[in-house]
Design a protein around this ligand. Structure first.
Ligand SMILES: *Cc1c(COP(=O)(O)O)cnc(C)c1O
Length: 390
């Protein structure tokens, strides 16, 4: 008989009942070091006291009002995001997938309103933009789209890292280019800064809009507030979710005034998007993460974790091949199957997340204590040793 929860996930046999910083406590009392952080969601750790205080204070005042009214918490978070980024305007959602939907609509509407409609959006193999019909059409991988057709037309996938293919596809019929500065699900693959710059220039030349999907790599994850800052380019539209809510469902589409010019009253909406509870928490997260001193700490911790992971790879050449990624968005390219190593890590009391290309992802809380970084790598070392012994 089918399980009462639709079985679209293959789940580990663990049920967590409590979280404390970078630790998760299982129903049976075992403590696990959480190097996945809900897949880059719990950016400030579990049960962060400042976020708990913000959430409970807002919960006692007002949870939800309709977007038919002004929402001060939403306004404050939008103002902060505009102040800290390239953007002039922000729309709030409840998830990353919804940001993909709006980004696509916004880009097409922009060209329509300029009097020369364009549909085609270029994306890259290995991309992940969510699970809606549009988002799977954007990513285009067999695994995600099979059986769900007919797919939304107007997406063209290009080989990852092949700038010749990109240049050949790019002309003034292209609506937008949609790309993750660091692919997450695709296996922690950073796009080279030079390629991101070249894409920006090609967009400027052809009038296409640049949509950056920073749902996983944004909000301090790479050591800059947003990953594109490393390359010194700015997008026209940016998708943000995961870390921005610190664990509370929240997403945001950030845009320039020009890119957003087609999105007038009545063209888009969301019942829950931008509700007071989510935005109060999101504002606190962004206030903490956007502090330059906090980001400096992320970079220092990232250096520490990376150095220890390089040592792990050197000590276990049969299990691991290399370390890649940026900031606290790191991937261990594996030699042994990443699913087996994930299970071995779990047995050793450390949680990591598999990704495509046989990679293990490490996406810890951005404020993970140094001692927990050391303990996590000690446990990964034990996991590799145990896996090699079987
Ligand atoms: C997780 C993710 C999404 C989808 O976000 P959901 O909140 O699961 O809808 C989109 N893009 C990227 C890069 C992601 O990592």
């Amino acid at each position: 008989m089918i399980s009462s929860v639709l079985p679209t996930y293959s789940r580990a046999p663990l049920s967590f009942v409590k979280g404390e910083g970078s630790w998760l406590i299982e129903a049976d009392g075992r403590r696990f070091l959480d190097m996945g952080a809900g897949i880059a969601v719990n950016a400030l750790g579990h049960a962060n006291p400042e976020l708990v205080a913000t959430l409970t204070e807002q919960a006692g005042k007002l949870w939800h009002v309709s977007n038919l009214y002004k929402i001060p918490e939403q306004q404050a978070l939008a103002d902060l995001l505009v102040d800290k980024t390239f953007a002039d305007t922000v729309f709030f959602t409840n998830s990353g997938t919804e940001t993909a939907e709006l980004a696509i609509k916004m880009a097409r509407k922009y060209h329509y309103e300029k009097g020369a409609p364009r549909a085609t959006i270029l994306t890259f193999e290995g991309a992940f933009h969510g699970r809606s019909t549009a988002a799977i059409a954007a990513a285009g991988s067999e695994k995600m789209v099979k059986g769900f057709g007919p797919l939304m037309p107007g997406f063209k996938q290009l080989p990852w890292g092949d700038m010749a293919a990109f240049n050949a596809a790019m002309d003034d019929s292209i609506c937008a280019v949609m790309v993750e500065p660091v692919q997450g699900e695709g296996g922690i693959r950073p796009m080279p800064e030079a390629d991101l710059k070249a894409i920006r220039e090609a967009c400027d030349r052809t009038g296409a809009l640049l949509i950056l999907d920073e749902v996983q790599c944004g909000v301090g994850r790479t050591g800059k507030l947003f990953a594109h800052e490393w390359a010194g380019v700015t997008p026209d539209i940016m998708m943000v979710a995961k870390g921005i809510g610190g664990g509370f469902p929240l997403g945001a589409v950030l845009a320039t005034e020009n890119a957003a010019s087609g999105m007038v009253a009545g063209t888009h909406g969301s019942t829950y998007g931008g509700n007071p509870l989510a935005c109060a928490v999101g504002l606190k997260v962004m206030q903490i993460v956007s502090d330059p001193a906090f980001l400096a700490e992320v970079n220092r911790k990232a250096g520490l974790l990376r150095q220890k992971l390089e040592g792990l790879v050197a000590a276990h050449p049969d299990s691991f091949e290399s370390v890649r990624g940026s900031g606290l968005m790191l991937g261990l390219k594996c030699k042994a199957p990443n699913t087996e190593l994930t299970a071995a890590a779990r047995d050793a009391g450390v949680l990591v997340v598999p990704a495509a290309d046989n990679v293990l992802r490490l996406l810890p809380a951005l404020n993970i204590p140094d001692a927990d970084i050391a303990e996590a790598v000690t446990r990964l070392d034990a996991a590799a040793t145990a896996h090699e012994a079987v």
